[in-house]
Ligand binder design. Sequence first.
Ligand code: UD1
Ligand code: UDP
Length: 379
Amino acid sequence: MGKPIRICFVFGTRPEAIKVAPVIANLGACKAFEVITVLTGQHREMLDQVVDVFGIPVTHDLDVMQPEQTLSGLTSVLCERVGEVLRRESPDCVVVQGDTTSCFVGGLAAFYHGIPVAHLEAGLRTNDVRQPFPEEMNRRLVGRLATVHFAPTESARENLLRENVADNRIWVVGNSGIDALRIVSERPNLEPEGPLADALSQCAGTVIAVTSHRRENMPFMSGIAEAIRELAEIEKVDVVFPVHLSPKVRGAVLPILERVARCHLLEPLAYDQFVAMMKRSDILLTDSGGVQEEAPYLGKPVLVIRRKTERPEAVDAGTVRLVGENRTSIVSATRELIHDAELRARMSRAINPYGDGHTSERVARILLEYLDGEGGAGA
Ligand code: UD1
Ligand code: UDP
């Protein structure tokens, strides 16, 4: 057997770590590959939580996070630091995931070093560069930098084709986030623990799980918090809200919600605990991308605090509904769902438009074929 193919994963935020974890595990178990990981540290605590839950091996940790880091500051520091590691490691391929700054810079630095880029979760588009910001631009740019595009769905593939990505460079493989969810939700000992268990033990009726962090929603964050307060004041309703560590989110949300009796504010939950929370919830109210993919798999209705989504499949299937970021529309859509059991049942159909939880195996097989063949020859 020849030398193993050296694959370098560059990632740095919570959602990327969750979605690369099963792929790293799969490639790591295959003798044909040598896995190198570069954790940018764009996130710190929230990244470490995922590394712990999945036991992700860490080769390089750049540890760059700053409180209230700016997009340009983060981008320039990372470009330098990731580039330096890639120069030293000289891998055969760099894998990036999604649409964060770490993903974009990982792709750019690889391109500068002449290393082929494989993009997981390729082809998601809202077709509006301000929503989500800056992620829609990041993923478009990575779409230009990558030579291997792992699209989660057929519609993501079509988006790439519309941008003139060659058909034979696109593979529809599902989303590896569903692999992570399958693995964790099947753990026999998965139970709410600690602060989550305490919060859930106080919940009597309908449980609404909330997350919110999008940059373009920051101007509306106080209004979103006011909406959540209104919801937590409805009889027999409890809100459970693990609050993102972004100081902008906390600055807006905590003063409004800290003293609301049936709004249970928590620190960001470790991924397994978050899955336990989703399973126990009746409604998810979120602006997260990943949660829009996970909830349909778990059969949970999702109200999305955004005007546009790059994940239309779950909207088409009826489990996800866009409610915008306006306080009144959030409250009225959630009230409707609380009180209309039939609607809730219709939106709670378990579907899996984002894959069967075996994306990682496909990615490993395709990377092996591609890099052993034309890609390995520097295509
Ligand atoms: C980033 C991604 C976004 C992704 C989100 C997931 C970009 C441009 N945005 O947004 O696509 O949906 O992560 O959560 O890449 N912080 C901590 N500890 C942590 C994490 C964050 O203290 O573990 C605080 C820091 O003050 C940091 C701030 O949160 O400066 C914002 O983090 P940043 O990664 O810049 O942006 P996000 O809004 O988290
Ligand atoms: N998540 C988590 N703990 C939390 C909130 C979310 O583990 O307290 C998980 C969630 O299950 C999903 C991912 O983090 O897999 C989503 O991350 P986030 O919303 O930060 O980013 P996005 O998906 O919007 O990019």
